[in-house]
Design a protein around this ligand. Structure first.
Ligand code: NAD
Ligand code: LMR
Length: 329
């Protein structure tokens, strides 16, 4: 641990996810109780007043690990020297929308933010995109930051990963801690594929333990993949606290590493593994050591899984082609 604060940028800091995320980061949930953090908070100009109120609450929480807070509406100032950038700020979808419907509204946010990170972020910058459509927004940011290694850009599928674990725990009567090697493949969208064929429950293969293809196809996969919509329907607003929690899990594992004998799901730039076209930002099983992720290799993919992965990857290719046409990459 270092006493030099880690600088963490959060965009959309006055929004719903921000209201949970900032307090978790400031309290030490991201890097531990011995590691000071400095928050750099970006908002659009009309939201700066609300953000000032949130900063007052951060002050009032007297977090020992919070070394400083800066706010602003200029990404080249806010991102100056940042080690982690959590790109949350974007418009959420409403009832009846798919996340891809947000491409036009939100895509434009991520090109200038990628350029600003390229110009001023620290050499060890790690970028996590939570704002939807997260995978393709990450691709836009990465394409606009030619001097930052593409491996430093990622999108959040950890919320899907956590949902997949929770649903499997409920089905099998196991605890979430009993479940290892869960994988989300593909896009953070309704086409994502939560894979039980490599997951383990107390060391036992999850698909074999459940042994119910009808439940897998008819209940499990759609419940996980459509959970975001179910929350919008129930809450009247998209998931916020669980999204913040997953963003913390993702950035913490990226900084501190994944547990021995386990892996996590991260959307990262494909190197062609598992026949996912090179350059797409797609979700894979990854391990992390010393701040670098590696795609888990050598997993056998059967015909059922192949079809599911291919469908989600096809959607990512379509999104990539759309943002290309919009001139964003
Ligand atoms: P919100 O509307 O409550 O907050 C978004 C904030 O972003 C607002 O305060 C807005 O002013 C700000 N913003 C807009 N444009 C900005 C810009 N250019 N720079 C900086 N800030 C900007 O929304 P929310 O509920 O916090 O959700 C944020 C995003 O996260 C949405 O796109 C949502 O769909 C997405 N999300 C993703 C996941 C995931 O698992 N990947 C989960 C939940 C939500
Ligand atoms: C989620 O998965 O909860 C978020 O991506 C929000 C949404 O639009 O579903």
């Amino acid at each position: 641990m270092s006493t030099t604060p880690i600088k963490v940028a959060v965009t959309g800091a006055a929004g719903n996810i921000g209201y949970s995320l900032l307090f978790r980061i400031a309290s030490g949930a991201l890097f531990g109780q011995d590691q000071p953090v400095e928050l750099r908070l970006l908002e659009i100009t009309p939201a700066l007043k609300a953000l000032e109120g949130v900063v007052m609450e951060l002050d009032d929480s007297a977090f020992p690990t919070l070394a400083g807070v800066e706010i602003g509406d200029d990404p080249t100032k806010v991102f100056d020297g940042v080690n982690h950038a959590l790109l949350v700020g974007a418009r959420p979808r409403g009832p009846g929308m798919e996340r891809g419907d947000l491409l036009e509204a939100n895509g434009g946010i991520f090109a200038p933010q990628g350029k600003a990170l390229n110009e001023v972020a620290a050499d060890d910058i790690k970028v996590t995109v939570t704002g939807n459509p997260a995978n393709t927004n990450a691709l836009i940011a990465q394409s606009n930051a030619p001097d930052i290694p593409s491996s430093r850009f990622s999108a959040l599928t950890r919320l899907d990963h956590n949902r997949a674990i929770a649903q499997l725990a409920a089905k099998t009567g196991a605890t979430v801690a009993d479940i290892k090697k869960m994988t989300i493949w593909g896009n953070h969208s309704a086409t994502q594929y939560p894979d039980l064929f490599h997951a383990e429950v107390k060391g036992q293969n999850a698909a074999e333990l459940v042994n119910d293809q009808e439940w897998l196809e008819g209940t499990y996969i759609p419940t996980v993949a459509k959970r975001g919509a179910a929350i919008i329907d129930a809450r009247g607003a998209s998931s916020a606290a669980s999204a913040a929690s997953a963003t913390i899990d993702h950035a913490r594992d990226w900084q501190l590493g994944t547990a021995e004998g386990d892996w996590t799901s991260m959307s990262v730039v494909s190197d062609g593994s598992y026949d996912v076209p090179e350059g797409l930002i797609s979700s894979f099983p990854v391990t992390v050591k010393d701040g670098e992720w590696t795609i888990v290799q050598g997993l056998e993919i059967d015909e059922f899984s192949r079809g599911k992965i291919d469908a989600s990857v096809k959607e990512l290719e379509g999104e990539r082609d759309t943002v290309k046409k919009l001139g964003l990459i």
